[in-house]
Design a protein. Structure first.
Length: 116
C-alpha cells in the first residue's frame, strides 16, 4: 500500500513557474512507475506526465511538452513536477499516482491557478 501527498501548488502569473512534490509512504514506492495528472473545473482528469521506476524514462502530454519536467528521488520517496512557462489553461488540481493508476492511491491533490 502507498499513500501519496501532493504539495507545492499555488497562484502564479502566466509565464511563471511552480514545482510540485508528491511524497509517498511505503517501502515499495521505488518499484512503481509514477505519474502526474490534473483535473480542471468541469473537465475529466487527464494525464500530464509519467516517469519510470528508475527515472530513466519519461513521457508527457503534448500540451505540456517542453514546459514541464517530471523527476523522482527514490531515496526520498518523492516525485516532482517542475512547471515552467505556465499558462492559464494549466489551472487545475494536480494529482500524483502510480502509472497505471490505482483507485485507492488518489490523494487530495494540490491546486494550481495561473492568472492571465
Amino acid at each position: 500500500q502507498v499513500q501519496l501527498v501532493e504539495s507545492g501548488g499555488g497562484l502564479v502569473q502566466a509565464g511563471g513557474s511552480l514545482r510540485l512534490s508528491c511524497a509517498a509512504s511505503g517501502r515499495t514506492f521505488s518499484s512503481y512507475a509514477m505519474g502526474w495528472f490534473r483535473q480542471a473545473p468541469g473537465k475529466e482528469r487527464e494525464f500530464v506526465a509519467t516517469i519510470s521506476w528508475s527515472g530513466g524514462s519519461t513521457d508527457y502530454a503534448d500540451s505540456v511538452k517542453g514546459r514541464f519536467t517530471i523527476s523522482r528521488d527514490n531515496a526520498k520517496n518523492t516525485v516532482y513536477l517542475q512547471m515552467n512557462s505556465l499558462k492559464p489553461e494549466d489551472t487545475a488540481v494536480y494529482y500524483c499516482n502510480t502509472n497505471p493508476t490505482r483507485k485507492n492511491y488518489w490523494g487530495q491533490g494540490t491546486q494550481v491557478t495561473v492568472s492571465s
